[in-house]
Design a protein around this ligand. Structure first.
Ligand code: FUC
Length: 839
């Protein structure tokens, strides 16, 4: 049975956590763009000035359509508005086989060099000879440009993003007239909506224009409508790396690159709207609404994107015409309720902000000087907001920048890097109760299981499916690099097992056997089939992998020179252990494939064991090589601690200690310099149950890897750039500080930082389908509610130095069944609210 909305709301309301459910200002305002409600430091980003650059604009999205709202012109002019628009299927390229036809001839030679002769450098050279095409690039769609005709002497300027309503509001006053702009991107009505109102009738004069970075043509169709159409590049080379100049290739051939269309329709209250030159001109209006829609020629990852332009444009108009049947208030009501259905499932408060009157950029600036733990509550709520905005059923998964990109050659092509970044984007999905937002990831993994069969066959001559460190809209599964990529990213072949872990986690949280049978297990089995064939005997009765890389980390070979390629890296062993275990468990649950499960169990027993290296660290390579980059940002060998669950402080104390040494060494040498690396460190500290160390890293994340709009950043030579993984990873890590359920029991406040003395969290999810809310005071749990989707017995663990003192359900007290080691067993009935009190 599913958790009902009513039970959930009651459980959450016990904390007073949910924002008021009474009709909000927007419901009562009919056609007028409304003021957002008063400051709420946990759900509001706000500023006293327009964005001065794309990275400071405020993101909106419905999973498919995205908009970065500048709250001013491109150069920050408040009397203008600039929206950078995206559509998540607008990419360069088309389906092509990127495998290198000569590749599998090299496999034996690599194994001979590395396993036979310990010649790691030769391994590096040969790996390059196996590389195929680079993956394609995510593209920017268009820009909406609005210029208001009023005087420029603006006062009282304020722009804000209310993440509880998913609306950006910009307002200011000119010559006594208040101008108000509201923008949102509606999922139910598939449109970007901008409403402009003025407090004095007929005060709006404006010009409206559209442009795009792509090759395009613009038509003003009539006095209300514009259309911008074009064709995306047939190929963009070089993986978008800032260092690689690569041409943008175009083709006139049908399907070699996709058509796209952006369509715009204006409605005005009073005044006039006419077509003039390249745009529309509004004069003397009291209010106006702009609706924008888009479509592309994408027909699925494996199909040629050859829809003719007229059909693409017709599809864009069809959705927009439907949306334009609804008045503004209805569009907004439908949008807000759709968003809140997901957003209000969970919530976090970490005490009152000491900085209520501070704008978000001012809060960031003051963060190091004045304690403001509640900024992390905003960060957490924003992470959930960003996933809802960038990943919805039927959309593409959140890419390196979610869905927001303004460049034709964005960093790393803004595609999917699958050696941590894509996975990190989904760490929060289940713990933060956004299961359906992970569906696009599951769809992509299914695509990879098809394209990856070809990669396994053509690149290695092996069965099953394989994918490497990078993929795109077309499901590229081959090793990229084109002979010049570093093997430690380009040739890394373990994303299949890592992605499959997400499928099984979905099952663990939901217990959805149908998903397991139809969506997860067949794909997992294909990945495990490849792994079985990929493993080789190391000559000492163990199974190893070769070539093997510890993601993007090099080492010093015995000759003292830097090398990348070796055999049996710890992360390979960890990922395979996880996949084999998950497959064995899944096969048992489904009552299938006993023979296959037996083979996996046999192979698992022969995998190389974990080792402890010379510093007491968890050894990263199968040989305890000297490190060439001890502060490297990837923490992949720590997978068994997080996101895996093989290492736990109670279950595997020695290996957990070794993992801690590795983490300490990484951070001591400068690891954590990218936001995503820092987010990973926070999650690892959570699993080490060290809340104060996690807090140190949270502070570093805010101080060094967070832009004004709270986007996660990554430093490159030119300065910080946006990458969304750190937002999602840190959000997931915050959830891990408050609730864990990976080790067989539900652990309440397992790693609460001392800096978070007071707080409340609602709507976190534990494996087994249990929804949890916790309130704490003075650093100690005070009250907790639990609701189970479908009933069953769970073990509960109170925070350190506390015990569960009482359990009540429906006004009755229950006898607690004490288990060894301080845990309590609780038999739960579906949808009942269990209340816990603590010593
Ligand atoms: C991996 C990381 C880089 C960057 C890129 C998108 O290659 O090592 O830091 O995040 O992905």
């Amino acid at each position: 049975m599913k958790l009902t909305r009513r039970t959930f709301l009651r459980a959450s309301a016990l904390f007073g956590l949910l924002p008021s459910l009474s009709p909000r200002a927007w419901g009562a305002t009919k056609g007028r763009a409304s003021l957002a409600r008063g400051d709420d430091a946990d759900v509001l980003l706000w500023y006293r000035q327009p964005a001065s650059a794309w990275i400071d604009a405020l993101p909106l999205g419905n999973g498919r359509l995205g908009a970065m709202v500048h709250g001013g012109g491109k150069r920050g002019e408040p009397w203008q508005e600039y929206l950078s628009l995206n559509e998540d299927t607008l990419w360069s390229g088309y389906p092509r086989d990127g495998n290198n036809a000569d590749a599998h001839n090299r496999l034996a030679a690599i194994r001979d060099a590395v396993l036979g002769r310990r010649d790691y450098h030769r391994g590096d050279v040969l790996c390059k000879a196996m590389q195929g095409r680079f993956a394609e690039s995510y593209q920017p769609l268009a820009n909406l440009k609005l210029a208001l005709g009023h005087a420029h002497a603006v006062t009282g300027y304020r722009r804000e993003l209310d993440i509880d309503r998913a609306v950006v509001t910009t307002r200011y006053t000119v010559e006594g007239v208040e101008y108000l702009r509201e923008v949102f991107v509606s999922a139910p009505d598939r449109a970007i909506v901008l409403r402009l109102t003025a407090s004095r009738p007929h005060a709006i004069d404006a010009t409206i224009g559209l442009d795009s970075e792509l090759q395009r043509s613009l038509e003003v169709l009539d006095d209300r409508r514009m259309q911008l159409t074009g064709k995306a590049a047939s190929h963009i080379g070089g993986n978008g790396r800032p260092i690689t100049p690569a041409p943008v290739e175009r083709s006139e051939q049908a399907g070699e690159g996709m058509f796209f269309a952006t369509v715009l329709r204006v409605a005005i209250d009073g005044g006039e709207c006419t077509k003039r030159g390249d745009g529309l001109v509004v004069s003397g209006a009291t209010a106006m609404t702009i609706l924008l829609g888009a479509a592309t020629g994408f027909r699925g990852a494996l199909a040629t994107p050859d829809l003719p332009l007229v059909e693409v444009a017709a599809a864009a108009w069809q959705s927009l015409d439907r949306a334009s049947q609804l008045d503004y208030a209805t569009l907004q009501t439908r949008h807000v309720s759709d968003h809140q259905n997901l957003f209000r499932r969970s919530s976090l408060r970490l005490g009152a902000s000491p900085a209520k009157a501070r704008a978000t950029d001012e809060r960031l600036e003051a963060f190091g000087k004045q304690a403001d733990p509640s900024l992390l509550a905003l960060y957490f709520n924003y992470g959930r907001y960003l996933l809802i905005a960038s990943s919805r059923p039927g959309s593409q998964p959140a890419n390196l920048q979610g869905i927001w990109n303004d460049l034709v050659r964005p960093p790393w092509s803004s595609n999917w890097t699958t050696n941590i970044n894509l996975q990190m984007n989904y760490w929060l999905a289940h713990t933060c109760h956004l299961d359906e937002c992970a569906e696009p990831l599951h769809d992509l993994v299914r695509t990879l299981s098809h394209t990856g069969e070809r990669a396994a066959r053509e690149t290695y001559g092996l069965p099953g499916w394989v994918s490497h460190h990078n993929t795109d809209l077309w499901g590229a599964a081959n090793p990229v690099g084109e002979g010049v990529g570093d093997p430690y990213w380009a040739n890394w072949a373990m994303s299949g097992p890592w992605l499959c872990a997400h499928l099984y986690e979905r099952y663990r949280f939901s217990g959805d056997r149908n998903f397991l049978r139809t969506r997860a297990y067949p794909v997992m089995k294909g990945a495990a089939t490849f792994c079985l064939a990929w493993l080789v005997d190391n000559g000492a009765g163990r199974l190893t992998t070769c070539p093997s890389f510890s993601t993007e980390n090099d080492f010093l070979a015995p000759d003292g020179k830097v090398a990348q390629t070796s055999a049996g890296c710890t992360m390979d062993m960890a990922l395979m252990r996880q996949l084999f275990d998950d497959c064995i468990e899944a096969a048992q649950a489904l009552g299938v494939d006993a023979g296959f499960a037996g083979r996996l169990a046999e192979a698992k027993a022969k995998l190389l064991p974990y080792q402890v290296g010379s510093f007491g660290q968890l050894q990263e390579w199968s040989v305890d090589f000297a490190e060439s980059s001890p502060g490297q940002r990837h923490m992949s060998h720590l997978y068994p601690l997080f996101p895996g669950s093989e290492f736990t402080p109670r279950g595997t104390p020695a290996l957990t200690r070794a993992a801690r040494v590795s983490l300490e060494r990484r951070l001591a040498h400068g690891g954590g310099a990218t936001g995503w690396s820092r987010a990973w460190a926070i999650a690892l500290w959570a699993r080490l149950q060290d809340g104060d160390k996690a807090w140190e890293s949270l502070v570093a994340l805010i101080e060094h890897s967070t832009s004004q709009n709270l986007f996660d950043t990554l430093p490159v030579d030119e300065g910080p750039i946006f990458q969304i993984d750190g937002n999602f990873g840190a959000t997931a890590a915050i959830a891990e500080l408050l609730l864990q359920s990976h080790a067989g029991s539900i652990e309440l406040l397992p790693a609460l930082p001392r800096a978070w003395a007071e707080g409340e969290v609602a709507g976190l999810r534990a494996r087994g389908g249990v929804t949890v809310g916790i309130r704490w005071r003075g650093g100690r749990a005070a009250f907790c509610t639990l609701v189970s989707d479908s009933g069953g017995t769970v073990s509960l663990r109170a925070p350190a130095a506390q015990r569960i003192a009482g359990i009540r359900v429906g006004g009755r007290s229950l006898e607690a069944v004490n288990l060894p080691d301080g845990e309590v067993s609780l038999a739960m009935e579906a949808s009942h609210i269990y209340e816990l009190h603590f010593t």
